[in-house]
Design a protein around this ligand. Structure first.
Ligand code: ZN
Length: 70
């Protein structure tokens, strides 16, 4: 059984709107007064940015923790 955690392998992801394959964008996200550069899958054609649920809040908290540790 493959227990690999889901990561940002977006091959095979397609845009719900225009059915184009998604690409990864660097996006600035502001959270709790701090801004982060994160990579999010998005559609180059219609500009939709997907925010996977695992990234939406839990991951952002992890990012914040990492920054605090440094
Ligand atoms: Zn699209």
């Amino acid at each position: 059984m493959d227990r690999k955690l889901p990561d940002m392998d977006i091959s095979g992801w397609i845009c719900h709107k225009c059915q184009s394959p998604l690409t990864v964008f660097q996006v600035n996200v502001t959270y709790m007064g701090a801004s982060f550069e994160v990579e999010l899958p998005g559609c180059a054609k219609c500009g939709v940015t997907m925010i996977p649920e695992i990234l939406a809040f839990g991951k952002m908290l992890d990012v914040e923790k990492l920054l605090e540790d440094k």
